[in-house]
Design a protein around this ligand. Structure first.
Ligand code: ADP
Ligand code: MG
Length: 689
């Protein structure tokens, strides 16, 4: 008996050779084939009279042959076949190139349906290279035909034929797994009808319904899976219970001695964290806060709390620069406390590293800061109680998981400055609780942002010169490191040389990019901090976290090549001191949309608003890889364009979980199985007990 998990090779007409082509398209089984959604459709249902056809567009026409075919041979290797036709509105010629053999297929008085691009040559209306059929037996015309993503060696026609056959033979094997009450509540198609119509839609309305049905089903499975992971975490005992805030007056004293007052948002978020830490459940919390909202101090407090209960903490940052900066900040904050803090990064000498690892395993280090180096084998804690990941969007779920495994279900916090709308956060961070620092510390001056064209670069340089003469510093960011012939884009190296040798000869100019050795980067960064370098030309390595309050200018070349959220991050590098700061976005694209995007940044300094717009304009793909976030690849749904469906799905998912948290009811049995399968594909095991 055939089932949907069988290889596509079982389908008639698919041999080993075609199967290997399908494999390239990620189609292994018959089920995969059904979920290979067309990337587009060709709609030949658009019947018009010749007279009202749009020139340059394809359309379908019912015509009658009114004369004999003629063949022209304007030059060798070119023949033009013309067949005169008419309908009630006009005459026209059907035109084919180098297909003379067709000429015997037509006779005067014959009725035809044709589909082709309509154009005009002088007085003559032509229908170019049309598909034509007998109106009694229409197959290709008058239907909406799928257009599939292709790979070499297989054509759209071939896939269409195989799909048509597979659907005819096997579509009944698809099982309905959404609860029936849901299907009728939202007017969804049966799974069979949905799959049939996503490939061979009877009409546009059914196509729309098919898409909605499949997207709904996919998103509901995903969301329920994520909620289940979160619920499991909620019920997992981690047996790490930190002291109550009543028993840790040291923290209040510490807060009182800080050089600033915490914002209300910081206080609220720390309270949420404390509550999790004091419970026996494992904390899995995302702290979202715009650049400069002060996430670090919240981490500092949480780690202090951990150490007061005798537990070790770890904080992982995506770059060595950032890790070092955290290390320095922490040492300052903790200077009067009995907390031993160490830094573990890749560039350490083996001897120093060995010493840290030993002290760590003995429990003599309370707080460890570092980069990926922290999650390597051989880094063992004595009793890790709290694991923090900073700028989490730079890490994958896997890396986060490895960090967590360094202890026995330690409480975890992930921090990010990439704010995303709540609906999306429930997917991207669906397995986490969310805290939001939605307030900036008082007294921050708004960063003046200018979007300019290339023609203003000279004026900008003069402005930078003046600022530096007054004692300030500047970041200059470029998309590339080295010169590229293919792209006409500024490179950091080129610009650096031009600045150093010509434009800003009188200042010290530095270069920083991702291909440099960590020690080299640190040296440059240190010089910039000490104002031994005034102008730092760099790639986006400085995107996250860097803190040099004296630097008040951020100029970005080829700003059109960056995402808005990323530009907002870059802008967040300035405005950190007492000086008025400036962000200059050099837009080198002539596209209108490009300047429009820059204007969004000019107007708004709200990270949430900006990222929402960014998502609208660029789609989620460039914003975050779903895989990186531990989310299965979506085959039908699109997190942005299907956001309305997603909202509905989320409230339904909540209702289902409320009624049946472990999906034990009969009507949820199949759904549960689907969820497991979906997540197994990305190696995430989901348990429901
Ligand atoms: P981010 O959220 O981007 O990681 P940081 O934690 O680096 O921000 O904080 C940015 C700067 O603001 C740091 O210099 C920090 O000391 C300072 N800061 C944090 N909280 C406050 C506050 N409540 N009042 C004033 N300054 C603060
Ligand atoms: Mg930070």
């Amino acid at each position: 008996m055939i089932n949907l998990e069988n290889s596509v090779q079982y389908i008639k007409g698919v041999g080993p050779k075609r199967a290997s082509k399908f494999k390239k398209l990620n189609i292994l089984t018959i089920r995969d084939l059904f979920y290979f959604i067309p990337r587009d459709y060709e709609d030949t249902t658009d019947f018009k009279s010749i007279g009202e056809a749009d020139l340059g567009e394809k359309s379908s026409h019912k015509v009658e042959v009114i004369g004999k075919p003629t063949v022209l041979r304007p030059r060798a290797k070119l023949s033009i076949l013309k067949v005169p036709v008419k309908d009630d509105s006009s005459n026209a010629q059907l035109v084919w190139f180098n297909q003379e053999y067709l000429k015997n297929k037509f006779r005067i008085g014959q009725s035809l349906v044709v589909n082709g691009k309509v154009s005009r040559n002088g007085m003559e209306i032509q229908i170019m290279n049309p598909v034509f059929e007998n109106p009694e037996k229409m197959k290709k015309i008058g239907s909406i035909n799928p257009i599939y993503t292709l790979t070499e060696g297989i054509s759209n026609n071939e896939i269409t034929k195989i799909m048509r056959f597979a659907i005819k033979e096997y579509v009944h094997l698809l099982e309905e797994y959404l609860p029936l009450d849901l299907k009728s509540k939202f007017n969804l198609l049966s799974i069979e009808e949905a799959v049939k119509n996503i490939h061979f839609p009877k009409n546009n309305l059914l196509l729309e319904k098919a898409r909605k049905t499949l997207a709904f089903q996919e998103l509901l499975t995903l969301q329920l899976g994520l909620f289940t992971i979160k619920n499991r975490n909620l019920s997992d005992e981690n047996t790490i219970i930190f002291k109550n805030s009543a028993d840790t007056p040291e923290i209040d004293e510490f807060i009182k001695k800080l050089p600033f007052n915490l914002t209300n948002a910081q206080i609220r978020v720390f309270e949420e964290i404390e509550k999790d830490m004091e419970s026996s459940k494992q904390m899995n919390r995302l702290v979202q806060g715009d650049v400069g909202s002060g996430k670090t101090i919240v981490a500092v407090l949480a780690m202090f709390k951990a150490s007061l209960s005798g537990y070790q903490s770890v904080m992982m940052a995506p770059t060595e620069i950032l890790a070092r900066q955290h290390f320095e900040a922490l040492n300052q904050f903790y200077s009067e406390l009995d907390i031993k803090c160490e830094l573990l990064v890749g560039s350490l000498k083996p001897k120093d590293k060995g010493k840290i690892l030993e002290e760590l395993s003995l429990g003599n280090i309370d707080v460890l800061i570092g980069t990926h180096a922290i999650i390597q084998d051989g880094v063992d804690f004595k009793n890790l109680g709290l694991a923090i990941t900073d700028e989490q969007h730079r890490f994958g779920v896997k890396q986060r998981a490895v960090l967590t495994k360094k202890g026995r279900n330690p409480d975890t916090i992930v921090m990010t400055a990439t704010p995303i709308p709540r609906t999306l956060a429930l997917i991207i961070y669906g397995d986490l609780d969310i805290s939001i620092i939605d307030e900036l510390p008082p007294g921050r001056k708004k960063i003046e942002t200018y979007a300019v064209g290339k023609d203003l670069i000279q004026r900008m340089n003069e402005f930078i010169r003046k600022q530096i003469e007054e004692g300030r510093q500047a970041y200059i960011v470029c998309p590339l490191i080295e010169e590229s012939d293919a792209l006409r884009v500024n490179s950091a190296e080129e610009l650096y040389l031009d600045f150093k040798e010509r434009i800003f000869k009188e200042f010290n100019v530095g270069l920083l990019h991702g291909k440099m050795k960590a020690t080299e980067k640190d040296m440059i960064m240190e010089k910039f901090k000490q104002n031994e370098i005034q102008i730092l030309v760099s790639t986006t390595v400085i995107e996250v976290g860097v803190n040099v309050p004296n630097s008040n200018i951020m100029a970005v070349y080829n700003a059109e090549r960056f995402g808005l959220a990323q530009l907002h991050q870059l802008r967040g590098r300035v405005g950190r001191g007492q000086y008025q700061s400036y962000c200059i976005l050099i837009n080198e694209s002539r596209k209108n949309t490009s300047m429009e995007r820059m204007r969004i940044l000019q107007k708004s300094d709200d990270g949430f608003e900006i990222s929402e717009k960014d998502l609208e304009l660029r789609g989620p793909g460039e914003f975050f890889g779903t895989r990186q976030h531990g989310i299965p690849e979506l085959k039908v749904a699109n997190l942005i364009s299907d956001i309305k469906i997603l909202k509905v799905v989320q409230s339904e998912a909540n209702l289902i979980i409320e009624e049946d948290p472990r999906l034990k009811l009969d009507k949820h049995k199949k759904l549960k199985y689907k969820i497991k399968t979906m997540f197994k594909e990305i190696d995430r095991e989901i348990t429901f007990n």
